[in-house]
Design a protein around this ligand. Sequence first.
Ligand SMILES: [Zn+2]
Length: 77
Amino acid sequence: MVNQCPICKQSLDGKGEFCILHNDALQNLERQYSQWVKSYRGELGKEEYYRKLLSLNETGPAVKAVIRYVQEKEGRR
Ligand SMILES: [Zn+2]
C-alpha cells in the first residue's frame, strides 16, 4: 500500500497515515480542538475550527497542510 505521507511524500512515521511532521501537526490539531471547544462552550464545529485556524497567521504551514488534506478528504465522503 501507500507508505508515504499523502501531504509531503516523505516516508511514514510508522504509526498513523502521515510522516512525523504531519502526524505531529495532526495531534496538535486534535489537542487544540478540545481546548477550543471548551472555550467556545461546546459550540464550535470542526469545520469552523479549521476555517479559523486557516485564517490565523500563527498557524504553522504543517498544520495548515493537514487541515487542507482533512477537508479535502471529508469533502469527498
Ligand atoms: Zn508529511
